[in-house]
Design a protein around this ligand. Structure first.
Ligand code: 6R9
Length: 645
């Protein structure tokens, strides 16, 4: 770990919303008097009926319940659009940059208003009502933002499924939240390649039937439309008016569901509600990125992930910002694309993931230094720990030592950023997410849940609620309680390990549960294992993560074949293909080891600790193997390991 410290530059502190003194003062108040603090900051959004109650939350294991601003009413789309019309109707709300560098488009707040109203009316026409779930399976085109905001306008609950997920994964998520309507596109376009979105929806709908499919035309590619179920968005939009009154929603009405992987079972539907989420997303967007009026802001995430929800759409638009939306990938047509886009649109604030930084770092500095980047003022990182080497490259080469880096730690479940530097307040240490945001009380506990004080290392928990916190697992409150509040009673367990240094800075060390973070995307080992054993030749599988230069973690699969099956390289390829088809490309195993047996305890539990060590190619110290039913399997696993240094 690097110990170098980068103090806040004087000019950054001077223009920032808060300096260190102000941070400490605000932070103290936020934990001493959450009602007073959030009661005041809740006013940053427009309420139809103002709240009189602020915080009503309980982490009590027997009664977990989270409510914020519970008697207030508002509409998220009115907050993200209508309230800006008088002052910035002609200002760009969205700058859209296509996959192909020759394609881009500017959507002003006025235009966004028309588009979203129209989209809302199209959804009404499809029979979508307040409270209904709508699945969105779209590429990174402006219609993705229109669709989200249209749902919010009429009180429908969106569930976005990342376009890289397979038809099976999509079907599972459609079924999970029982949505009757899917919004998709004919095809997506990423890095010059087409993604058959509508064809995937057709396959998914065979397993999870829906009443209506709204299809946005993106590429004009060949697709089939099913009569009575599928409609073209542009045809429906031409028939409806561009006026749709925003529906009055209670602060605790659901805004969206987003499926995310956990350590056990199938992905969970994380449910976020209306008022607290919007307050938290917009406030963190303003303070963490030190957003000022007129800034051009770009978050490179996909709207299929929570980062796209909170920091491409809801946070920035609630603040009346100009948010850039990028359809493509960092390396197309070349590895200079990010920086070319920064120059083309004069981006001031740039937010991306460590995996992208590492990949671009490997492509050579000249792709960066060929560009100007003089508009850049602030850089951000999210999704996984950023290694100091990548941090330094980002800081030195991309930011030319003038742009602070905010390394923001948070989760789908947290709705917004929880641990992060504030550019005008926090001295930076490469690799550390530093200190908590207002209202967030992190703590470190040992395996028994004992609080560890001072400089220490252990499991990261949060002691009390903040407005952006998820409210439940959709349709399964018990799973919510068991997943997050059962490990350490009375505390929210993040699933992450961390170190806290002598300055009180937090260093996230990665997941401590059976979740692998592949290029910043969460994958449950259980999901990949069940995909593998679904293959007819596979009898058993165990999946662990291992260090990967670009992806952060790679997927290492130990596979035991059915009696009599041949372990060939072709079969390995077939298994990779099989997992891609079952879950999606992000779940592709990087390494597969055929193993006649897996290390198990006498009670039949797979000893993952041993499998992890072997996958890391550090098997000298495997710890206690005496409880293994058959210790000789370990020798075979070591002899045939795939990840030799
Ligand atoms: C926003 C998002 C959450 C998991 C989280 C942690 C890892 C995210 C991080 C980070 C170290 C950071 N993570 N940001 N680890 N430093 N700045 O990524 O949500 O997809 O739910 O993933 O990602 O392990 O628990 P999500």
């Amino acid at each position: 770990m690097s110990d170098s410290v980068f103090p806040v530059p004087a000019e950054v502190a001077a223009r920032a919303h808060v300096d260190n003194t102000k941070y400490l003062e605000m932070y103290q108040r936020s934990v001493d008097d959450p009602d007073g603090f959030w009661g005041e900051h809740g006013k940053r959004v427009d309420w139809i009926k103002p709240y009189t109650k602020v915080k009503n939350t309980s982490y009590d294991y027997h009664n977990v319940s989270i409510k914020w601003f519970e008697d207030g009413t508002l509409n998220v789309s009115a907050n993200c659009i209508d309230r800006h019309l008088a002052t910035r109707g002609d200002q760009p709300a969205i700058i859209w940059e296509g996959d192909d560098p020759s394609e881009s488009k500017i959507i002003t707040y006025k235009e966004l208003h028309q588009e979203v109203n129209r989209f809302a009316n199209v959804l009404h026409g499809q029979g979508v009502k307040k409270g209904d779930r709508v699945t969105i399976y779209l590429p990174m085109i402006p219609e993705a933002a229109y669709a989200m905001l249209a749902c919010a306008r009429i009180g429908a609950v969106h569930s976005i499924v990342f376009g890289g997920f397979s038809p099976d994964s999509l079907a599972q998520r459609i079924e999970g939240c029982k949505s009757d309507c899917v919004i998709t596109a004919d095809e997506g376009l990423r890095g010059g390649r087409k993604v058959p979105l509508k064809a995937n929806v057709d396959m998914a709908a065979e397993k999870a039937p829906v009443k209506s499919v709204v299809v946005v035309r993106r590429t004009g590619g060949d697709i089939t439309m099913q009569d009575g179920r599928d409609v073209w968005y542009h045809e429906e939009a031409a028939r409806v008016s561009d006026h749709c009154e925003p529906v009055e929603m209670n602060a605790e009405d659901p805004l969206f569901i987003l499926y995310t992987s956990g350590s056990t079972g199938q992905p969970k539907g994380v449910l976020h509600t209306t008022g607290g989420y919007l307050v938290y997303a917009s406030m963190t967007h303003e303070y963490v990125f030190d957003y000022h009026e007129g800034d051009i802001y770009w978050c490179t995430a996909d709207v299929g992930w929570v980062t796209g929800h909170s920091y491409i759409v809801y946070g920035p638009l609630a603040n009346g910002a100009t948010t850039l939306m990028f359809e493509g990938v960092p390396t197309y047509p070349g590895p200079g694309r990010f920086w070319e886009v920064c120059d083309k649109h004069n981006v001031n604030i740039f937010y991306t993931a460590p995996t992208a930084i590492r990949a671009l770092m490997g492509a050579g500095d000249e792709h960066v230094t060929n560009t100007s980047r003089k508009s850049l003022r602030l850089l951000g990182s999210v999704g996984e720990p950023i290694n100091p080497e990548a941090w330094n490259w980002y800081y030195d080469v991309v930011g030319e030592k003038r742009c602070p880096i905010v390394d923001t730690w948070w989760q789908t479940e947290t709705g917004g950023i929880l641990i992060t530097p504030l550019p005008g307040a926090t001295d930076l240490k490469p690799g550390s997410a530093t200190r908590p945001f207002f209202g967030v009380q992190p703590a470190v506990v040992d395996a028994e849940g004992k609080f560890l004080e001072g400089a220490t290392e252990g499991n990261l928990v949060i002691k009390d609620s903040w407005p952006g916190q998820m409210r439940t697992v959709y349709g399964d409150h018990d799973r919510f309680v068991q997943t997050y509040f059962a490990t350490y009673k009375g505390l929210y367990f993040t699933g992450d390990g961390c170190r806290r240094d002598e300055d009180g800075y937090y260093w996230i060390t990665g997941r401590v549960d059976d979740v692998i973070n592949v290029s910043g995307h969460r994958m449950g080992t259980a999901e990949v294992e069940s995909a593998l054993v679904a293959h007819p030749m596979v009898s058993e599988a165990a999946v662990v993560g291992y260090p990967h230069d670009i992806k952060g973690q790679g997927i290492y699969a130990y596979v035991t074949l059915m009696e009599g099956e041949e372990p060939t390289d072709e079969l390995k390829k077939e298994l990779v293909k099989h997992v891609r088809a079952e879950i999606g490309p992000i779940a592709s195993p990087d390494l597969i080891q055929f193993s006649p047996g897996l290390p198990k305890t006498r009670s039949g539990k797979i000893m993952r600790r041993i499998l992890r060590k072997i996958a890391e190619d550090s098997f000298d110290n495997l710890g206690d193997t005496s409880t293994l039913a058959d210790p000789t399997v370990v020798d075979d696993l070591i002899d045939n390991r795939q990840n030799r240094a």
